[in-house]
Design a protein around this ligand. Sequence first.
Ligand code: NAP
Length: 328
Amino acid sequence: MANKNVIWCDPETLSKDLKGKTYIVTGANSGVGFETTQQLVKQGAHVVMACRRVEAGEEVAKPFKELKGSYEVMQCDLATLQSVRSFVNSFLSKHNRLDGLVCNAGMVNMDNQPKYTTDGFEITMAVSFFGHFLMTEMLLDTLKNTDSARILLLSSVVHAGNPKNRYEVHLDDLHWKNRKYSNFGAYGEAKVASVQYALELAERLKDTGITSYSIHPGWARSNFGGGGNFLIKIAMTIAKPIFTLLNFSDSSWESAQTSLHCLLSDEAPKHSGKYFSQHSVLYRDKECRKGGWPMKSPNPHANDLDTAKKLVEISRDLVGLKINGAHV
Ligand SMILES: NC(=O)c1ccc[n+]([C@@H]2O[C@H](COP(=O)([O-])OP(=O)(O)OC[C@H]3O[C@@H](n4cnc5c(N)ncnc54)[C@H](OP(=O)(O)O)[C@@H]3O)[C@@H](O)[C@H]2O)c1
């Protein structure tokens, strides 16, 4: 049964001819990323599927061969800056246009202890934010050279926190070295960073034709949270049918609607930098539960452009885009 709460893309958006257009979708082998990719290929686009596991990407993409568009799977581990650099360099060696960059991949560390990447970053923040940050910055020239290119950052309702505890990015401790670790806290902060980055990009790129968006896709029956220990896996298995019965959302297809709207609709570019959310009963601020395309995040930190600019400046340094004070 169709979920009456879901905000759906209009049929014109989902029937546009995307022949000649090129997109990158990270985490394209699963969940929301897979559905987004499939729809783009259906509409005739060429999609570069940026996957941590190439074989998983190739496997799920087999049915795409019957569709109007085309795809290629390229390896990219967002937890490793070198892998992101190699991915971008391979992409640029083959492509000279990019109509949309969908920073979709994400994970949450299911342990109570922080896990660090080889670059020394806390892993949830590394995958959700820093890897996508480096990828986006390296692709900006190509995005600028493509008419009306769009950048999507997948956030989450979790970023909103609650009126007593709003997540905020700790610029003085982005790697969780000097405070008690919270795995969902790390996820919440990474998702605030995504909302802030979309805001900052919109301001920086306002004269370039590029637009940016942050997104809460809704609750998707995807593989999200599947990497936990035995107890977490059991909890997720029990939660999924209950969430479905509660009519949260039925499928990753429903959760791909917001990404497809931001990527393809004529309406979205009027709201560059804004937060687009599917409905969610998980908002602690009741007035937000119906979602909105766009809506204002109830978390004031997410709407703080000054902090967003500082985050970008620090991040440029951390991912190696600034050497001796100069931007490279
Ligand atoms: N599911 C929800 O209800 C929900 C709610 C709010 C927000 N979101 C957000 O929506 C986005 C998509 O979630 P989903 O539900 O579709 O999750 P999913 O089914 O678990 O898919 C996540 C994707 O991210 C990829 N990924 C994980 N670690 C990676 C890494 N180090 N490098 C590159 N790719 C990596 C995964 O690759 P592997 O298959 O190789 O692990 C997978 O393709 C995420 O950003 C998530 O935070 C989801």
